[in-house]
Design a protein around this ligand. Structure first.
Ligand SMILES: [Zn+2]
Length: 880
């Protein structure tokens, strides 16, 4: 496509634009009708008129040159140095005068230097300076000429909501972005450390700012239809204030003054088509012409089917959001700035090639990536952008971005997200760890799926250290884009994770080491306004060159995160040499593959149970009554030998369902063999069996992990196919869950129930105690829900470790009440429940929960054992 073809450099003239003297091919976006250049700039003016620019302007508007309409030119810290180098604009003595003046205490707040076309300079109050967006995009002459003509300016309801403080006020409109030098000098909140000392023109400021910023309040016009008041946040988490709060916070902390404002623009149809279907573009575009009633109706449907809302401004906002990310990438790729932050909305990473969804209309980052590849892919040397790393730390999986580059070897997509067996939005198995791409793109898709909420700095930084950064360095990208949702931030109620601002700073710092620092941060989700502004500030500080502050003392990787990362290591070790496969995946993955007989560990453990445990406690295996039971009960269920024929029958039967003991082994770094003398299994189950025997109870011990699949085989996907529903990861988890549930139901129906019915006297029927440990807790609760256990069960103890706590289904108040009165649910100190008020929401459905002082699952059981034991004794002593 000619539009994107980079032509030979330097063809288009040799003058150079004001802030881009070194790149003659840089598009010169100035329309000759609005700008008169000063006498010293004739050379430039000739170049503009004399030949078409080598690369036609990609944007219809300005691209960072803050040129005033009429015969004025506004100077600011962005173009001071370059214009003086190019011998354009005001003379050096004028600049010196202004610098000196601006730096002295006599400078008035909110003033700036305006240079007339004849080179004369004068100071003007800031308020007279227009917003660059308005300059570049003057409202149409005829207010009826387009659907947005009347609303191109900030709606008053947003303005009225602004803080009346002098540092904001109407500067929000009137160049209040802190772009001007005068503002940066006089603003009380500016970063004093990097402001030039009085009277001195520091070399640092001569080099100009190196971090770009894209922002426009126009993107606040996208709201739930009919909702324009300050109550927006009550209607939808993806509210307009998300971007203004970030912008204001950056401004109030002096960042904006040190950033180069990059002009936003709307994305073009042909750019959207690099990723999306034409039908999708048209679908979004036509919403601008819907009536109020249609918008409301459409939104009602879209909310339900695709988590979307639209109003009459949505299409425009989506075009700006996408165009904003493109322009930010363009500014970094062209070298105008070193890195940058696009504070945009609506977000993009859920938007798939053929449909908008999940608050996202167009996939901003995907389109910008394709744009970069088309425009800079054929360059030589440092300018070339062929390989792009997209790092997505939004708490949701970026299904749209993954799909866009599914078979692309030049785009490495790495996402860290809550997954939870595909139950967390966007759902399905697209975000599973085994989704690695197809064809040439195999291994270029890296999903790091969190099994639960509550992940924090320790978890993210461990993933960075073990997976993200090794792969990123091996890939060696030419450009890095962060899909920066801040919904994994501490305080975000949608994400329910705990990444701190310092955590985000650390991750940004690590990513900035790649691609010669060519890094663009593009806003995605993030719904707690305080969390997102603090996180954004932290990231921006790193972009501006500050060292990241340390994360909290004692930050460690949690057990579930560690397991998830290990699984990713196993899968990605096949595609990346830098990922250490500290696992058994060295060619002996299965007997078929290797031809070597393999004894799987679960088999060894089963044998151990059948031999050592069974002998020690005089336990036997349950007789298999059905065909289906045959496979499972082979060593998985152990019971008191005389369970069925003891006379009189046992008074109490303890059903203990648990996953396998924790296996500990020391594995020397860079090896795959465990040190045999330092490998052991921590099996807390014997503690329960000991106790039950001591009390004279019968025991039914159910190991739910018996049928663990033992080889990892990524699903085979043929070229071009998108992720299928129901492949490995979720099947594996679901399969195990079903198996545990079926095992318990089987035990109940065929043994416990029969045992009870064999005793006609209801008073003498054995009482049952249910104990769940680890992942087996869910099966225990399913048994309670699916069978009439109330008469038999006297106590339920659940020790779910870090797993989700199973809750009684809604709409069953009787069962809930029963469960509440008989349950004890003990949780590790660090369980996510305690961070997010989850308990209040679920109330009594969780049963009676208690918080242990211990963190590790096995230790929780051991530490709380006395409490568990006395709880059960107490329940059993109660009258029937
Ligand atoms: Zn998100």
């Amino acid at each position: 496509m000619a539009y994107f073809a980079p032509s030979g450099r330097g063809e288009g003239g040799n003058g150079g634009g004001g802030d881009q003297p070194s790149d003659p091919s840089y598009p010169l976006p100035i329309s000759s009708s609005t700008t008169q250049l000063g006498p010293q700039q004739n050379g430039v003016a000739t170049a503009i008129q004399g030949g078409a620019p080598a690369i036609p302007p990609l944007n219809g508007s300005s691209s960072g040159l803050e040129l005033m309409g009429g015969a004025q030119r506004t100077m600011n810290s962005d173009n001071l140095s370059s214009t003086s180098e190019a011998q354009a604009g005001p003379s050096r003595s004028q600049l010196d005068l202004f610098m000196a003046m601006a730096a002295t205490s006599s400078a008035q707040p909110h003033q700036q230097l305006v240079v007339e076309s004849d080179g004369r300079a004068q100071i003007q109050p800031m308020d007279e300076v227009q917003d660059p967006w308005e300059i570049a995009n003057p409202p149409p002459l005829d207010p009826r000429s387009g659907p947005y003509a009347a609303s191109d300016h900030m709606p008053t309801q947003f303005l009225e909501r602004r803080s009346p403080s002098p540092s904001r006020g109407n500067l929000f409109f009137a160049n209040g972005d802190g772009m001007s030098l005068a503002l940066s000098v006089s603003s009380p909140s500016s970063r004093s450390s990097s402001v030039a000392p009085p009277g001195e023109y520091s070399p640092q400021s001569r080099r100009g700012v190196k971090t770009g910023l894209v922002y426009s309040h126009l993107m606040m016009l996208h709201t739930v239809p009919g909702v324009t008041s300050s109550d927006e946040g009550d209607f939808h988490p993806e509210q307009p204030d998300r971007i203004s709060r970030i912008f204001d916070y950056l401004k109030d902390h002096g960042c904006v003054a040190h950033m180069k404002r990059i002009q936003i623009r709307e994305v073009k149809r042909e750019e959207i088509l690099l990723v999306h279907d034409a039908g999708m573009w048209e679908g979004v575009e036509k919403t601008a012409f819907f009536t109020t009633e249609t918008l409301a109706l459409e939104t009602e449907t879209l909310e339900r089917t695709a988590s979307l809302y639209i109003n009459e401004h949505s299409a425009k906002c989506a075009r700006l959001s996408c165009g904003g990310v493109i322009e930010m990438c363009e500014a970094v790729a062209s070298g105008r700035v070193r890195n940058g932050f696009a504070v945009v909305r609506p977000p993009g990473h859920h938007a798939e090639p053929d449909r908008s969804m999940g608050f996202c209309l167009y996939n901003n980052v995907a389109v910008a990536t394709r744009y970069l590849q088309r425009r800079y892919g054929d360059y030589e040397g440092r300018e070339r952008v062929q390989k792009v790393l997209i790092l997505d730390w939004d708490v949701h999986h970026g299904n749209g971005t993954q799909q866009a580059f599914w078979d692309d070897e030049n785009v490495l997509y790495i996402s860290l997200h809550r997954y939870e067996n595909g139950e967390f939005f966007p759902g399905g198995i697209g975000g599973a760890d085994d989704q690695v791409g197809v064809g040439a793109g195999v291994g270029r898709n890296v999903n790091i799926p969190w099994p639960d909420s509550g992940m924090g700095d320790g978890d993210y930084l461990a993933a960075f250290q073990r997976v993200v950064m090794p792969i990123a360095h091996e890939f060696a990208p030419d450009f890095v884009i962060i899909s920066a949702g801040f919904d994994a931030a501490e305080g975000d109620h949608l994400g329910q994770c705990r990444v701190t601002p310092n955590g985000y700073a650390q991750m940004t710092h690590e990513l900035a080491a790649l691609a010669n620092g060519r890094l663009v941060v593009a806003l995605e989700g993030g719904y707690n306004l305080e969390s997102i502004e603090r996180s954004a500030l932290s990231v921006t500080n790193v972009l501006l060159g500050e060292a990241p502050p340390p994360v909290r003392e004692g930050t460690v990787c949690s057990v579930p995160a560690n397991q998830a990362i290990r699984q990713v290591e196993l899968i990605q070790a096949k595609h990346w040499k830098s990922v250490q496969p500290t696992s058994a995946q060295d060619g002996f993955g299965s007997e078929e593959d290797s031809g070597v007989p393999l004894v799987q560990l679960p088999e060894l453990i089963k044998a151990h149970r059948l031999q050592a445990i069974a002998r020690k406690y005089q336990l036997g295996t349950l007789p298999v009554l059905t065909q289906e039971g045959a496979g499972f009960f082979d060593g998985s269920v152990l019971t008191s030998m005389d369970l069925l024929d003891k006379d009189p029958a046992y008074e109490t039967v303890v059903v203990f369902a648990h996953d396998m003991g924790n296996l500990r082994a020391e594995i020397p770094l860079f090896e795959i063999y465990a040190d045999r003398e330092r490998a052991y299994m921590v099996d807390a189950s014997s503690k329960i069996i000991d106790w039950a025997m001591e009390r004279g109870h019968a025991i039914i011990d159910v190991n739910v992990d018996a049928q663990l699949p033992t080889t990892i085989k990524p699903p085979v996907l043929t070229g071009g196919t998108r992720p299928r529903i129901g492949t490995l990861a979720s099947e594996r988890a679901n399969g195990r869950r079903n198996q545990a549930r079926e095992a318990l139901l089987y035990v109940w129906d065929n043994f416990v129930d029969i045992l009870r019915h064999a005793t006609p006297d209801a008073d003498k029927q054995p009482r049952v105690v249910l104990i769940g440990h680890g992942t087996a807790c869910e099966a225990v609760l399913q048994l309670i829900e699916e069978r009439h256990v109330e008469a038999a069960v006297r106590a339920v103890v659940q020790v779910p470790a870090h797993s989700t706590i199973p809750a009684i289904a809604k709409g069953n108040p009787e069962k809930r009440k029963w469960y509440w009165n008989r349950s004890k649910v003990i949780l590790p100190y660090s369980h996510a429940l305690y961070s997010f008020g989850e308990q209040e929401r679920l109330g009594k459905r969780l049963g009676k929960t208690e918080r242990s002082k211990e963190v590790r699952a096995v230790k929780v059981l051991l530490e709380e054992f006395e409490a568990i034991s006395s709880f059960i004794d107490e329940q059993l002593s109660k009258k029937r």
